[in-house]
Design a protein around this ligand. Structure first.
Ligand SMILES: C[S@@+](CC[C@H](N)C(=O)[O-])C[C@H]1O[C@@H](n2cnc3c(N)ncnc32)[C@H](O)[C@@H]1O
Length: 221
């Protein structure tokens, strides 16, 4: 019994890896997170799910679902039996992913887990911004909060789950960073926003901030 967390990339179905598709083909069941009856993961992977048995698991975005994950791990464990199932995750399966919680619970039940990587949201953001994220000798931090983070030697900051935007932006400005807010990278509704007020007004969960020390890095925009 094995559960494979498959990273399906940031949104464009063409950015799914060949291995992700092979793994889906091999699986008995495809478990897919959904929120209020909608599943972006399903929409992304849809071209590769023909004739597959798909099971939707309600996992509201931006909420603490830890208790649900225990139940889901048990359900997946019982349904999978001696076979292999996959669990689809946006971006990479090891980065702030629902799968990381479910995999831990699945292991506790005695199951085997595997992570298949995917293209992260921030790699996609770099491509949308048309900039290098990090170059030789530089340092980058990927985080979901700047609390307790020392930015003194950091060249690039990537912030996912940009909930406390006001606080984040204030800190970035204070420390001399230039930043962009990118939402829905490689998806319908993709947008790059640089205006501070517009960034603060936006409430889209599928958004991130890329900040760099040097203004020159944005030359291609
Ligand atoms: C639960 S984390 C998943 C991260 C994902 N595993 C990855 O590798 O990028 C969800 C956060 O990822 C970011 N995110 C995921 N997909 C995105 C996209 N297409 N565009 C912008 N941000 C995205 C947002 O910051 C969102 O709040």
């Amino acid at each position: 019994m094995k559960l494979v967390g498959v990273g399906i990339g940031p949104g464009d179905s063409q950015l799914m890896t060949y291995k992700a598709v092979l793994m889906i083909n091999e699986a008995k069941y495809v478990f897919v997170p959904e929120s209020k009856g909608k599943s972006l993961a399903y929409e992304i992977a849809k071209p590769y799910l023909i004739d597959k048995e798909v099971i939707f698991l309600e996992t509201p975005m931006g909420q603490d679902n830890k208790e649900r994950y225990k139940d889901y791990a048990k359900k997946i464990f019982e349904m999978t039996g001696d076979d292999i199932s996959v669990f689809l995750t946006l971006g990479d399966s090891s980065v702030y992913s629902t799968f990381t919680y479910i995999s831990k619970e699945f292991k506790k039940l005695g199951g085997e887990v595997e992570f298949i990587p995917g293209i992260t949201s921030f790699s996609a953001a770099a491509s949308v911004l048309n900039i290098p994220l990090i170059e030789k000798g530089e340092k980058m931090i990927v985080c979901d909060s700047l609390d307790g983070v020392n930015l003194i030697n950091i060249d690039t900051v990537v912030i996912l789950k940009t909930v406390e935007k006001e606080k984040l932006i204030e800190r970035l400005e204070k420390e001399g960073f230039y930043y962009y807010y990118v939402k829905r990278c490689t998806q319908f509704g993709e947008e790059i926003i640089s205006d501070k007020e517009k960034i603060l007004d936006d409430r889209d969960y599928l958004s991130l901030i890329v900040a760099k020390r040097s203004e020159e890095d944005w030359f291609t925009l």
